[in-house]
Design a protein around this ligand. Structure first.
Ligand code: TSJ
Length: 660
């Protein structure tokens, strides 16, 4: 429908002189109308004419070579960025057919390149990628190129054709020599009048994509070359993964563990109803899950039925195994999908002859038959794996039940809170709240120690800054006592002061401050408390971390005084810089005080150095920081399972202790 309209519209856009040229047959005109339509509305075909669109052209051509590999006729693909930012893609497949297609009266090669969506016409390949979701075909790339040439090695002959100015054939396909091999070589130069942002290719973008293709198409050898500029700058890389997704998962998990990942990669591959399924998964000791899915090599960013089938089977099989082997008792509640995917990295890749994509960005697989196929294949293989590998299964059971216990503890806490009728209206007595109701301006300082808390209360801006002191007792954190913080009512104060609840129910839209600032001493205990707080936020109020609401105050380390002038230095380097600036004589007169704690500062000093929005320096916490803290926390707890168990118990206790 859309295409018809477009064609009607564009018919009038063909210049009259071109229409009248005698050597154009009706067929030629139709062809040029098609390609002209692409040039008029490139965005409709490749999404954008930005750098993304420029690279998209490469994927279009590479996809065609991958189709040949998927059909089983090609095992090597070269992608080269040449001098002048042209691209060459070369495969060792059968070579695009060179015979004449009766309908167009032209060679198949010319047809592929000049008729929109001609790709599938003479293809027997069941799992074509090209012509799929983004695969609009080689003809679109031709339309958007200054020139494009194709060389085919086939049946002993070398054939050549070139197109210029958006797909105009220079002369029909011609045999230009002999050969003994077979394959297809395409070189093109994107049209700078179309790609107005840039026509410069980014090597790393191409490299990353090709690496992904290598993971997704095991055994296919890819070469990526950047041959721009002088020879010593050229880059050549090779990607070939015999293990396919198995190696992809290992690659994705490579930064997740400091030591070797103790969990196995679980892998399965099978075919049912002409749908090929390949899945690899591996747990790691983090709490985030990375589940990526693909259909016909295209990333389905919004998931779909293949991902649903995977999750269903994962949850079903893990619950079944847990019950059968008494990791769950009869009256324990079942593990949820979220429990089962905590700390899981998984890739689901299917190949489907007729994929249907849904959603705004067509990033979701819709074929309903896929759900059961994936669920059957994966479920059966996972079950076999668990039964055959009891040691590994036990580790997985420990992981998923830990996740479940944390979830249940959080829910119990919520219920207790409700039962006790605690409302946000009854704010903790220790909290010195601010007066403004504009939460986007409000800040909550979580301050270590009552004395620093007192200074902060006196020194603050009452309108926007609230202070919540944490009890001094927490200062004496010892390894054995670290988990106490979770059993501490102070944490309860924090939850209520922040106001968004916690756990799965945490609602970031309800929070009462848009800056939550951790202010601890610059010593070991201070950093310990910071780690505990970050871990707490990461585990129980993750959106706060993800959306950048958490900050770390930066109190000065030194006060250097000379006469009645005070200088604050936040680190040793600044102190040295100050000495250098003042010169040796003045430096000798400096009286240097090293702050051992926030409590040593009077309210005025604390305000000036650490709390005044015009002068203070704060660090905004990223999710990586919090993950790191969480890891350190784990290390503090040790690998000791008993210790972890105790954490859960303490955690549950904290829940019961919410007697605020
Ligand atoms: F489409 C394209 F021009 F962009 C392109 C196609 C670009 C590149 C780099 C490679 C290819 C391509 C196409 N490589 N291999 C093929 N194979 C076929 O087109 C082909 C060959 C033989 C048969 C057959 O049935 O004998 C069928 C096909 C589709």
């Amino acid at each position: 429908m859309e295409n018809e309209e477009l064609e009607k519209e564009t018919r009038n856009l063909i210049p009259d002189e071109e229409k009248s040229k005698a050597d154009y047959t009706a067929n030629d005109i139709q062809v040029l109308e098609g390609l002209e339509a692409v040039r008029k509305r490139p965005g409709m075909y490749i999404g954008t004419t930005s750098s993304t669109g420029l690279h998209h052209c490469v994927w279009e051509i590479v996809d065609n070579a991958i189709d040949e590999a998927l059909a089983g006729y090609c095992d090597t693909i070269h992608v080269t960025i040449n001098d002048g930012n042209t691209i060459t893609v070369k495969d060792n497949g059968r070579g695009i057919p060179v015979d004449i297609v009766s309908k167009s009266g032209k060679s198949a090669v010319e047809t592929v390149y000049t008729i929109l969506h001609a790709g599938g016409k003479f293809s027997e390949n069941a799992y074509k990628v090209s012509g799929g979701l983004h695969g609009v075909g080689a003809s679109v790339v031709n339309a958007l190129s200054e020139w494009l040439e194709v060389t085919v090695h086939k049946d002993g002959g070398i054939y050549y054709i070139k197109f210029v100015n958006g797909g105009h054939t220079v002369e029909p396909l011609k045999r230009i020599g002999d050969c003994t091999d077979s394959g297809t070589i395409v070189t093109f130069k994107p049209d700078a009048t179309i790609f107005t942002d840039t026509v410069v290719y980014d090597y790393s973008v191409i490299r990353d994509r090709i690496r992904q293709m290598a993971f997704l198409n095991k055994g296919v050898r890819f070469f990526v070359n950047d041959e721009r500029g002088p020879e010593e700058d050229h880059v050549h890389e090779e990607f070939c993964y015999e293990g396919g997704l198995k190696e992809y998962v290992t690659y994705l998990n490579r930064n997740k563990e400091s030591t070797e990942n103790p969990y196995d990669v679980i892998y399965c591959e099978d075919k049912q109803d002409n749908i090929k399924v390949e899945i690899a998964m591996q747990y790691n000791d983090s709490y985030t899950s990375m589940i990526y899915s693909f259909c016909n090599n295209i990333n389905t960013a919004d998931g779909g039925t293949h991902e649903e089938g995977f999750r269903l089977a994962l949850t079903r099989v893990i619950n079944k195994y847990a019950r059968a082997n008494k990791f769950l008792k009869d009256n324990d509640e079942s593990l949820t999908q979220d429990d089962c995917k905590e700390g899981l990295t998984a890739i689901i890749s299917i190949k489907h002859p007729n994929p249907q994509y849904e959603g705004q960005t067509k990033g979701k697989l819709g074929n309903s038959e896929v759900r059961a196929v994936v669920s059957n294949i994966f479920g059966e293989q996972l079950e076999r794996y668990l039964n055959e590998n009891p040691r590994s299964a036990k580790m997985i059971m420990a992981k998923v039940t830990l996740a479940a216990n944390a979830r249940i503890a959080a829910r119990k806490a919520r219920e207790t809170t409700r039962k006790n009728g605690i409302e946000v209206t009854s704010l903790p007595g220790k909290l010195a709240d601010c007066s403004s109701k504009d939460v986007s301006q409000c800040e909550l300082y979580i301050v270590e120690g009552n004395s620093a808390g007192g200074s902060a209360k006196s020194g603050r801006n009452r309108e926007y800054q609230a202070i919540l002191p944490l009890r001094g007792k927490i200062l004496n954190v010892e390894k054995a006592q670290t988990k106490r913080i979770f059993a501490n009512a102070e944490i309860g104060n924090m939850i209520i002061a922040i106001g968004g609840g916690y756990g799965n129910e945490f609602d970031v839209s309800k929070i009462r401050y848009h800056k939550i600032i951790i202010m601890t001493d610059a010593d070991v205990d201070g950093s310990h408390i910071r780690i505990l707080l970050l871990t707490f936020f990461y585990r129980f109020m993750k959106p706060l971390v993800e959306q950048g609401y958490i900050y770390i105050a930066q109190p000065p380390l030194y006060k250097a005084s000379r006469g009645n002038k005070d200088y604050y230095c936040y680190n040793d380097e600044q102190l040295n810089q100050l000495r250098a600036k003042l010169g040796p004589t003045a430096s000798k007169q400096l009286k240097i005080q090293r702050y051992k704690g926030l409590g040593e500062m009077n309210p005025q000093q604390l305000w000036e150095t650490t709390m005044d929005p015009d002068k203070r320096k704060m660090l905004r916490v990223t999710i990586d920081d919090a993950m790191e803290a969480d890891k350190v926390f784990d290390e503090l707890m040790g690998e000791d399972v008993l210790c972890r168990k105790e954490f859960i118990r303490e955690n549950a206790k904290f829940v019961n202790n919410l007697d605020i």
